[in-house]
Design a protein around this ligand. Structure first.
Ligand code: SAM
Length: 201
């Protein structure tokens, strides 16, 4: 865990953040703005591993009350500046997702988004992630995860659909999944997928 935190700190310090500026995931856009009846009404959303805030700002622009969490202070400084420039209000918190209960988030979230965070975690952190997630969501909450499938570049471990279903059972059920062909141009063609889950009652 400490190693991962240091790795991200070093990457942000060096300005080596290839995920920055990636296209908005199609799965996210469909969920927020889609006209197929799948779009959610705005509510409270928690963006896990929010980085420099692009997704949080997009959500705020679309009427959501947004909390963005990341454990890299430099990313959050950039995120706060971007939100101020975009004239949107986002609560950005410095916290470790695997210890979210220490952050006192204060509300059950209607939606949780994760773009590129869970997919890099080890087994132990994945299990803690699920426990923490269950504590900040309630029946009918939604969860949208975007991640590389296994075998990606940069040593990112990746995650696939069977693991998603296993990891989040029994509290969550998979609603849909799909490819994200335009998501990150530097991933060497490695498929990126999104997974939409709903919390069971
Ligand atoms: C690949 S970046 C993606 C950033 C952003 N979601 C995006 O799509 O541009 C992953 C982010 O998750 C953060 N992160 C990774 N593990 C974390 C953890 N355990 N707790 C909080 N933040 C974490 C990193 O600092 C980094 O900003």
């Amino acid at each position: 865990m400490a190693a991962r935190r240091l790795l991200f700190r070093a990457m942000y310090r060096l300005g080596f953040t290839p995920w920055d500026g990636h296209a908005l995931a199609r799965g996210l856009r469909d969920l927020i703005q889609g006209d197929s009846g799948a779009a959610l009404s705005p509510g409270t959303v928690l963006d896990l591993g929010c980085g420099t805030g692009d997704i949080a700002i997009y959500l705020a622009h679309n009427g959501w009350r947004v909390t963005g969490v990341d454990f890299t202070p430099r990313a959050l400084r950039i995120a706060r500046a971007k939100a101020a420039a975009a004239k949107v209000s986002v609560r950005f918190l410095c916290a470790d997702i695997t210890q979210l209960s220490e952050a006192d988030l204060g509300e059950p979230f209607n939606l949780v988004t994760d773009s590129g965070c869970l997919h890099g975690m080890n087994d132990q952190d994945r299990a803690m992630y699920v426990r923490q997630l269950n504590a900040v969501t309630g029946p009918d909450s939604r969860l949208l995860i975007v991640g590389f499938t296994p075998g990606a570049l940069f040593g990112v471990r990746g995650i696939d659909q069977p693991e998603i279903e296993r990891l989040f059972a029994p509290e969550w059920e998979l609603v849909s999944a799909g490819d994200e062909p335009n998501y990150v141009p530097v991933n060497g063609g490695q498929p990126v997928r999104h997974y939409l889950l709903a919390r069971r009652a």
